[in-house]
Design a protein around this ligand. Sequence first.
Ligand code: FAD
Length: 474
Amino acid sequence: TTHLVWLRNDLRITDNKALHAACSDPDARVLAVFIATPQQWRQHEMAPRQAAFIHANLLQVQQALAERGIPLGYHQCDDFAAAVDWLTAYCAQQQVDRLFYNRQYEINERQRDQRLEQRLSGQAICQGFDDSLLLPPGSVQTGSGEMYKIYTPFRKAFIQRLTESDIQSLPAPKPRVGGALPVTAIPEAFDYPPAEPNEDFPAGEEAALQRLRSFCREQVQDYLEQRDLPAIAGTSSLSPYLAIGVLSPRQCFNRLRAECPQLLENHDSGAFGWLNELIWREFYRHLMVAYPALCKHRPFIEWTDRVRWQDNQERLQAWQQGATGYPIVDAAMRQLNSTGWMHNRLRMISASFLVKDLLIDWRAGESYFMSQLLDGDLAANNGGWQWAASTGTDAAPYFRIFNPTTQGERFDPQGTFIRKWLPELADVPDNAIHQPHRWAEQQQRVLDYPLPIVDHKQARLETLAAFEAAKRGE
Ligand code: FAD
């Protein structure tokens, strides 16, 4: 018999449910395949740097599979529809009896998989796995069988389920009879805009596992004190690996539990604080399955769609380029533009600024983030944006509006992070860094840095009025 593993957002060989299942029959011939769909990626606004990261990881997976006697084939077609056509023909050509894949939860991906299963019915047995989550969507529900809309009760029920579940990480497959294989060609790059690799995020599951191990051993205990300070590397920086499946959440959970055996009992620990973030990741994915309209960028709270957003391209561009005149926002956006990663506190501040200070539609920000992020992930990005814009379930209430100056003072008190990304403010003293123009005026100096593009106090009042009008139905 022939087993085919279709790799997508699960670019690793350890703890890969589909791969593990495909290899469980020692007599089966096991093949793997990856299909690049650049046109679909463009539609989904995948960042070129994420595509390049996928490419680099794919090469490593191909090598690791070849060492185990599993050839990874590569094919490129435009979009998901073409991928289904090609795969149907490929399965017939290779006489595939069983197709194994790990589920993706976005709406286009789910429709694609349904179509493929229909096309292959009678020809090959398809088996999908819930691999990118600790607990499958739909498995954590209220007493009346619905998805939780509020995070805290979701987390409580989630932890209850987690304690009852056996969350094991699976080993990498053993070498197949026949031994190692030569690797077949994968083009040097995808047919996608090129991007420089970011050396802070080396490709490969070994790099991801090493980072996970050292974070859980050396840093997680300080997570709660450090996680909000962008000048410190106090978070794991594992999101790019989790987003494309170089690392699994089970590996994260099991490593964390090995270092901190009391993990589920002590809710005040740094380790629990970190697990809490992994559960937010689960929450947004579970939500996306329960409410597929989220994939179509619909707000969770319907009335927020009546907010009269401002269509101001100049301001949108100033935000994108890190030229708003608010140092913490600008430093954040420049970090995003040059590295593809942004600290969580800064994602909240910069998203809030776009929506609540510039009154620009959150979807413009969601889409810009996606086009830049190395860890771009529809559920987390949409969840984060809808939280910041107060359009989501369990979001910040609309009247809670971050003050970008005081946020900067609180979370980057000495301006260490700001100075790193805004060298034009190098001479501004610590206590003036969050309002550099005030200082420049006093000192009679001219800064090569934009004046604030809006007055926060004024913008806040206009935003409150816009949300209130929308709420009243105007
Ligand atoms: P850690 O603090 O070490 O957390 C560990 C892991 O938990 C992360 O790697 C991530 O997988 C998950 N996680 C942490 N916080 C969240 C969260 N709030 N929601 C969902 N998952 C979380 N995260 C993405 O992975 N992709 C995105 O596209 C994305 N877009 C965002 C947009 C906005 C506006 C906001 C406010 C948040 C967004 N996040 C996104 C969530 C969060 O900012 C990042 O996951 C986090 O900053 C990644 O850094 P880390 O790996 O060091 O996180």
